[in-house]
Design a binder for this molecule. Sequence first.
Ligand SMILES: Cc1ncc(COP(=O)(O)O)c(C=O)c1O
Length: 384
Amino acid sequence: MRKKLKLRNKFIPVNIPKIFLQDKKNIKKCLDTGWISSEGQFVKDFEKKFSIYNNRKYGVAVSSGTAALEVALKSLNLKKNSEVIIPTFSIISTALSVIKLGLKPRLVDADLNTWNMNPNQVIKKITKKTRAIIITHIYGFPVDMKKILSIAKKRNIKIIEDAAEMIGQTYEKKKCGSFGDISTFSFYANKHITTGEGGMILTNDKNLYKKCLSLKNLCFGIGKNRFNHDDIGWNYRMTNLQASIGCGQLKNISWIIKRKREIGRNYFHLLKDSNKIYIQPLQLKYAKNIYWVFGVLLKKNSKISRDSLVKKLSTYKIQTRNFFHPMHKQKIFNKMKIFKNNNKNFPNADYLSKNGFYLPSGLGMANTDITYISKVLLKILNNI
Ligand SMILES: Cc1ncc(COP(=O)(O)O)c(C=O)c1O
């Protein structure tokens, strides 16, 4: 006889960040010394240590991953109306960075197994007007980017690697965020390392580095001409307070990555036998799953809609997050007719956005939570 599931009364949020003792010590140092703005040693230390960790020469700390994308793309100095290839299945930040700069986004569908942009479609979308590709790694695996990188190099197409969800991940044994001309990261509270809010741009190109430093700081003039600005920039500075947390987090990165993979592995073994859902494998040939989040995709035979399922999970106090809503279906972009000349046939992105969601995956969760969540999920799936 099947054992009855013992219901719990505890709310399990989709993310609980992990704050380390070192983070607290560092932030106290800022408060005690008064170095609380973006001026401060922690910002410089964080930029340097994060660049070293990712094998890049230069780092520019910014206020978010969205800001990092905008600054990185603007630093490439592309002509208006240049085409930039992006995934349709992604956070809106990717498309926003392109649209706000007056560039033309060209969308690519997702791959149903990796949930990343389909590399073959990226290559097919390249035209004479393509000037950049934003390679965005989604959820657990990097994009299989070898072919894209090689073609981009031959055709002088710039690559921005958005590694917001891949801190510490590797692609063919090389750090994600160390590929292409420039790369971006996010340190929002649900990322592998966090500064509360925050982001980083990495590059090996000194000119791009200098341009990004300037763009994130209102393009102030130099010396006596400080208040005479030479370009349209932003105040996207990261504070010393945020960077101090980042330095503490970075000290613990090995533990963080190990624990993230452990959370993913635990869910994987508990859920792998269900024939109603698709979950990603632990490993592909070019990368081990880093489980930024633990995603679940309902199969066609599941007999329950994603929306009913997550509603049921919420009655058990289990919070979930739906997968991204694709760019070609965004209200605002359709109103603005942004993709009017794009083919809008992206069946995989549509399927993912309608049938996918992720389970609580934060570093602050206990193994007993993972067992409980998996049992509840299987109970719901098996009883319909
Ligand atoms: C792939 C990707 N890029 C960019 C961002 C934007 O980062 P932020 O929330 O720090 O602006 C996110 C946020 O989750 C993301 O997942």
